[in-house]
Write a protein that binds this ligand. Sequence first.
Ligand code: NAP
Length: 251
Amino acid sequence: MTGPEARVAVVTGASRGIGRAIAQRLAADGMQVFALGRDVTALGEVSDSSPNIESRVCDVTDEDQVVGLFAETPPVDVLVTNAGVASSAKLTRTTLEEWERLQAVNATGAFLCSRAVLGGMLERDWGRIITIASVAGQRGGKYIAAYTASKHAAIGLTRSIAMEVAGSGVTANSICPPYVRTEMTAATIANIVDRTGMTEADAEAALTADTALGRLLEPEEVAHVVAFLANDNSGAINGQSIVLDGGDIQT
Ligand code: NAP
């Protein structure tokens, strides 16, 4: 096994938000990081932020793009499947198209990327697959059936990988944040403002009012847990879903 400075990490959905914070944290920890996304301008800003980050365009729902990307990437030690999309609607108003869009990114994207790296990790007997799921992967929620189903699928995928790799130097785990301060949550807040006429500050307070954490999570707090799971000394943690909600859900 090589030292952490030589490790190669791939982070999907790293053009902004949580993925960007993860890419920057792993780069600061000395890894060689490949930041994936579709927005070339935003990706350029991320790779410009650290000499340890290179960016690559890759739509995680496109099998050919994913296979091609990993064929050209050095052997991957740490995969963070973070790319995700969210939306909200009553089940009776959820279209098949919207349902499939969320499954394609949040579940199938995680599957395609995990499948691409797992064989190599097992051959080298070291690897970390870390999926950014959600508290919506732990329980149901009103008006988010498509998102919730996709995050349960991502956690189910991670747990099954964990069973396949048990006893090797590879682990697979997921992280379950509540609302995080990113553009995804800004869209949710904008929705509340639109529907209720509340101020942005009140809408943000309403989102977290009855939660144990009582505030939005910061992207860097998610990145911290990724770095912890990626560490050499975390090899006994496998098949777990780590919830970052301050204590509401206790697994
Ligand atoms: P965000 O700010 O909206 O960023 C989403 C990222 O996913 C972007 O980098 C986007 O990149 C990428 N992405 C979307 N579709 C993609 C596709 N088809 N192929 C490749 N990349 C794609 O979201 P975020 O808040 O950082 O969320 C990151 C992850 O955390 C998601 O899985 C989300 O479900 C999860 N999460 C978020 C929250 C929250 O409150 N924000 C809470 C729990 C879990 P491009 O636009 O460049 O393609």
